[in-house]
Design a protein around this ligand. Structure first.
Ligand SMILES: [Zn+2]
Length: 300
């Protein structure tokens, strides 16, 4: 498509959900600069390339989950996406915790690519207030649509991705609704969503985990960096291979919490992974509070 150049600009973190499909988290983000949004380049491998790589063991996964949970608590912004069985009491009647529709979640993930969480949220809110229904979005002029989501960046690319997806969905299903995906398996959902141009594997993984409460483990930049740092994948791993390996190794029941916690830790901690002097990275800057560093010192 026409987006190559678009991805070259700055990228920032954003909502742990999307990214340029080649990269980050869903409600996450980041990666190769020259790929169209959400489109995987060549044929993507689907079997684990590191089947002989032992880490992470279930015990390592549990241990990291517990350490990160003790440090950060469960990140509140992800609470509403947790499986119902996770929330012991409350929640069910709270209107704010009504599940987001799958279509809203997919569009939110698209809008979260290559921008900050805050700008992506603003873009989504602006879209919904400008066009209260998906039918109106589909019928809108491209320019109007771009204007509504401009604050989230990559407006022409994202607007065209959203419109194409809606058009294709309407043709296929007769209505603008993705709730039917709730009854499908992970592989079936992947097959359905991969038919939409511009919707890449990372976006799909985010929708699987956040909106469909299926046991999938999206790999955004933060998750990717931490996984390499602690040796859960070889240092030469790329994001797709990391996705395949971690999805096979991490116990299903730990995927959601561990993913949200690794994302949150990667975003906040400036000690264990990268170099970027991100302002947000302050919270765990005190002494020895980074469990990732401890793991590096004393490998499990
Ligand atoms: Zn850290």
């Amino acid at each position: 498509m026409e987006k190559k150049k678009i991805l070259k600009g700055k990228r920032k973190r954003k909502h742990p959900q999307l990214e340029a499909e080649a990269e980050s988290h869903p409600h996450h983000n980041q990666q190769p600069k020259s790929k169209p949004l959400g489109v995987s380049s060549k044929s993507v491998t689907t079997t684990n390339p590191y089947s002989s790589h032992i880490a992470p063991t279930p015990q390592q996964c549990l241990s990291l989950r517990d350490s990160l949970l003790a440090l950060h608590g469960f990140p509140p912004e992800f609470a509403k996406y947790r499986k119902p069985q996770h929330d012991t009491n409350t929640n069910h009647h709270h209107p704010a915790l009504q599940p987001e529709t799958v279509l809203d979640g997919l569009v939110r993930t698209v809008l979260s690519q290559n921008t900050t969480e805050s700008n992506s949220q603003k873009a989504f809110d602006s879209l919904k207030s400008s066009f209260p229904t998906w039918e109106l979005v589909l019928g809108a002029e491209s320019k109007e649509l771009e204007n509504a989501i401009r604050c989230g960046g990559l407006a022409p690319t994202k607007a065209s991705c959203i419109k194409n997806m809606l058009r294709c969905l309407l043709e296929k299903r007769g209505k603008l609704c993705l709730e039917y995906l709730r009854d499908l398996s992970i592989d079936e959902v992947k097959a359905e969503l991969s038919l939409f141009k511009g919707i890449g594997p990372k976006t799909v993984a985010c929708v699987l985990m956040f909106n469909l409460q299926l046991d999938d483990f999206p790999v955004d930049t933060h998750v990717f960096e931490i996984a390499k740092t602690i040796g859960w994948v070889p240092a030469s791993a790329d994001r797709n291979k990391t996705y395949l390996h971690l999805n096979e190794r991490i116990p299903n029941e730990l995927k959601f919490d561990l993913n949200c916690l690794m994302y949150t830790h990667g975003k906040l901690c400036r000690r264990c992974t990268s170099k970027k002097g991100n302002k947000q990275r302050e919270k765990c800057d005190d002494n020895n509070s980074c469990p990732i560093l401890n793991y590096c010192k004393e490998p499990f």
